[in-house]
Ligand binder design. Sequence first.
Ligand SMILES: Cc1cc2nc3c(=O)[nH]c(=O)nc-3n(C[C@H](O)[C@H](O)[C@H](O)COP(=O)(O)OP(=O)(O)OC[C@H]3O[C@@H](n4cnc5c(N)ncnc54)[C@H](O)[C@@H]3O)c2cc1C
Length: 392
Amino acid sequence: MSERLADHTTTRVGGPARAWVTARTEQEAVEAIRVADAAGEPLFVLGGGSNTLMADAGFPGTVVQTAFEGIEVLEDAHRAEGAGEAEGDAVVVRIAAGQPWDAAVAWTVERGLAGVEALSGIPGSAGATPVQNVGAYGADVSQVLVSLRAWDRLVPGGGAVVELTAEELRFGYRDSIIKRSMLESGEPSPRWVVLSIDLRLRRAAEGAEPTSPVRYAQLARALGVEEGAHAALRTVREEVLALRASKGMVWDVADQDSWSTGSYFTNPIVPAAVRASLPEGAPAFAAGTDEQGGELVKLSAAWLIDHAGYGKGFGLPDVEPREDGPDGRGEDGTGLAGGRASLSTKHTLAVTNRGAASTEDILTIAREVRDGVRARFGVDLHHEPMIIGTRL
Ligand SMILES: Cc1cc2nc3c(=O)[nH]c(=O)nc-3n(C[C@H](O)[C@H](O)[C@H](O)COP(=O)(O)OP(=O)(O)OC[C@H]3O[C@@H](n4cnc5c(N)ncnc54)[C@H](O)[C@@H]3O)c2cc1C
């Protein structure tokens, strides 16, 4: 019997794959991709399954799971140039695509290498981090990624290993050309399958405590420092993990609020004029300009969801009715998705499986929230996870 995606995704939903390959080496992954592509077989590349919602019907093709791990130091300026020189020597590390991301972050912090500590606790594989340019607490992977090696499926002759620089990846907010190659083609797999990523990190000067600047107000408050001030890497990691756990944003089988894809919606980036139509208190942050030079702002999806009446836990059958919005109960009193799925009880941005949800249950909650926010504020929310074989 083939593997079920539900056993390999953090939301614990998704039907069976027709064929399944657990690639323990880069070569095994490339071989499986080549075979599927040559046969015209649908292909899905899976890392940790923490940003994937697969249809309940499953996947009518081959799932290749990247299970090859490893971290190596490629370049160490400090060692090369002799001890005690420059402050903050660059160290380039190469991380295999199947390496669990948070274990890689822990590895860097243990060695006093600064750069990714604010990205502690993000589930999934290292190879998926450039796909949507993962980010949290004022950091994202584009700030440290130098380049990556990938299998380019479109090179004539059946594909080839290529190197892509950060510039070539054209990173944006939760975006890169890898993600766009799927969205634009409608294919379930990207053109480039990441094999390894190279990150440029910083080592503290000899004898100095490794620190990094805190770029996020909530994190700075939790650490008791000013935004922009430096804090020890270990402390940053511990505080980020604690903050994330309090929001159900560290995957933990014992915490059903984390049975999700993390944030279900991205923060909408809209013309600044839209801000004026929103109630006072709606958070909005400068987000550059559009192609015509018009000012853009980034809104808070969590705020919009909450203020459209979808509070924490929305969709649970026993939720108390709210006067200012929908209460999550269907006409039969059982609640949307029968209580099987709901917004996290700790954060309005996560759509969670309460134990027996299907992919459709998750999407039912997400649709209600998306439509409700549009009806209340006229703002479109866009989903963050990759949805395969079905649609929002
Ligand atoms: C509790 C929780 C908290 C989260 N918090 C955050 C957060 O703070 N910030 C954030 O940005 N994200 C967050 N996420 C989302 C998710 O963890 C990240 O997007 C993560 O990088 C996905 O990695 P993965 O290996 O699980 O990807 P998967 O779900 O396995 O795959 C996601 C997509 O990437 C593609 N892909 C996977 N591996 C490769 C590869 N090697 N090459 C090319 N394409 C590939 C897949 O085909 C799929 O389209 C969170 C998720 C959860 C469950």
